[in-house]
Design a protein. Structure first.
Length: 497
């Protein structure tokens, strides 16, 4: 695949990913209007979010395995198509049931897209420097999409109706399918005859869906008996999935992958860092709107510096750090910067000045987020072989999704509990502000654990030694493993020539 075609294909992948990430946050600004228009109950409107997240989280690993079996391109195009059709039906919804069903379809489509996108990037960009840059672009799309969703949602709600939050996906989705069909590399995969562990897939889907539902509903139900029962059953099902994988002839997920310290460590950090990402968005949004009284548009514009610094961190700075210091050291630096941003968020002054209090926090948070995600993704995919790259990609995204849901719910619970406990001792706003401060400190604790994992679990990867370059042979050809005749080193080993 030519270099120019690879980068154009990457743009298509990032646009498709951005479309799915936007929908995780874009509808937040319209929930009150949707509740009124479609007759949702106060608690029922939360299913506009829940249906998406449950389908998304529950299907990621299965979608990754399907990519390995029937081709990553095929799965991605199917996912974009499902997401686009579901977006159209969501925009046309005239009742609550149709919208929730459409959101479930969007979540399933997003799972198919997200699970194989990272796999396709790793397969298209095999050279380490190019792969690091490509993952940087993808990471910005993944992280910046959440902040951009708030901005786009605010603008669309200001100019149009909530229906256009979904209609906007239709032309983007059609363009992604057409361009993806032309630009993305093909590949039939291993074939379904290689085995799809249906019982294992069912156990995993039930486990992750129930886990996601229990975590999401904890914000309303608390962490008492009902929530703990959901989580306990989810863990039992997850244990059943693990046992099934040990016995299955063609397991859905090869548990041996996790024996590599960098892969397992990166997934643990992903679980913690993604929780901090979504948790910090949650806390910053509440702080700006409830304590500072920002309008939805003002709040959305306040996230623009964060998105810009996320882009700079992931696209420019992170690949530079990886090239100079390695992925492990780059990740340690990133988590340290991210921790500083979360601690700045914990300041939450009652009378905040945007330039002194809000902007520095957004800048440091954005830089920390941008620096953190690329090395995590690279380390998580570091051992991926072509026949399992999809399922490893699905795993990395699954740990991020579950971590995001869990730690956001934990932070919301901590903030709410502190607010209720302190409400009698001062004004309501002071109590809310203190609750958000304790929530930010809890996120800081999560990041400290992630930093410890990066320091003590993840190992520095050895830099590849440069190949000897015969006289008259271009250095880039030798570095790519090709001989002067154009044959790859692996081909020569096979043919014996």
């Amino acid at each position: 695949m030519k270099t120019g075609s690879r980068w154009m294909a990457l743009v298509v992948l990032c646009i498709g990913t951005l479309m799915t990430i936007l929908d995780e946050t874009i509808v937040n600004v319209a929930l009150p209007v949707m509740r009124e228009d479609l007759g949702f109950s106060q608690g029922g409107v939360a299913w506009v979010i829940n249906a998406y997240l449950i389908a998304y989280g529950g299907l990621l690993l299965l979608a990754g395995r399907l990519g390995d079996l029937i081709g990553h391109k095929n799965v991605l195009l199917a996912g974009v198509t499902l997401f686009t059709v579901s977006s159209l039906t969501a925009g046309l919804s005239q009742n609550a049931a149709t919208l929730v069903a459409s959101r479930f379809g969007q979540g399933a489509g997003a799972a198919l897209v997200t699970a194989v996108t990272l796999a396709l990037i790793v397969l298209m960009f095999e050279e380490a420097t190019e792969q690091s840059k490509a993952i940087g672009f993808y990471s910005f799309t993944f992280a910046g999409g959440g902040a951009l969703g708030l901005l786009v949602g605010g603008v669309l709600m200001q100019l149009t109706s909530w229906h256009w939050l979904f209609f906007i996906n239709v032309p983007i989705g059609i363009a992604s399918v057409v361009l993806g069909w032309k630009l993305l590399p093909g590949g039939r995969g291993l074939g379904l005859s290689s085995g799809l562990d249906v019982p294992g897939a069912a156990l995993l889907l039930a486990s992750v869906s129930l886990l996601a539902y229990g975590i999401i509903s904890a914000e309303h139900n608390g962490w008492g008996g009902t929530t703990m029962a959901y989580l306990a059953v989810a863990l039992v099902l997850l244990a059943g999935f693990v046992l099934r994988q040990k016995k299955a002839k063609a397991p859905l997920f090869n548990l041996g992958i996790l024996r590599d310290r960098n892969v397992s460590g990166a997934n643990i950090v992903q679980f913690l860092a993604s929780g901090s990402l979504y948790g910090s968005f949650f806390l910053a949004t509440l702080y700006l709107q409830q304590v500072q009284g920002y309008t939805p548009m003002q709040m959305a514009l306040s996230f623009v510096p964060l998105a810009l610094l996320t882009a700079i961190g992931s696209i420019a700075v992170s690949p530079f750090l990886a090239a100079k210091l390695g992925e492990r050291v780059g990740l340690i630096i990133a988590l340290a910067v991210y921790l500083v941003g979360v601690l700045l968020l914990a300041r939450t002054p009652m009378e905040a000045n945007f330039w002194v209090d809000v902007l520095p926090t957004m800048v440091v948070l954005g830089l920390g987020i941008g620096l953190t995600l690329p090395p995590i993704m690279t380390l998580a995919m570091s051992t991926a072989k072509e026949d399992e790259v999809g399922v490893i990609s699905g795993l990395a995204n699954s740990t991020g999704m579950v971590g995001g849901a869990l730690w956001t719910a934990v932070v919301a619970s901590i903030a709410g509990s502190v607010t209720v406990a302190l409400a009698r001792g001062g004004t309501d706003l002071e109590a809310v502000n203190l609750g958000l401060r304790y929530g930010s400190l809890a996120l800081g604790g999560v990041l400290i654990v992630g930093l410890a994992v990066a320091v003590f679990v993840i190992r520095q990867q050895a830099a590849p030694e440069p190949a000897d370059v015969p006289a008259g042979e271009p250095a880039d050809k030798a570095a790519s493993g090709e001989s002067a005749s154009g044959e790859s080193a692996s081909d020569e080993a096979v043919t014996g020539s």
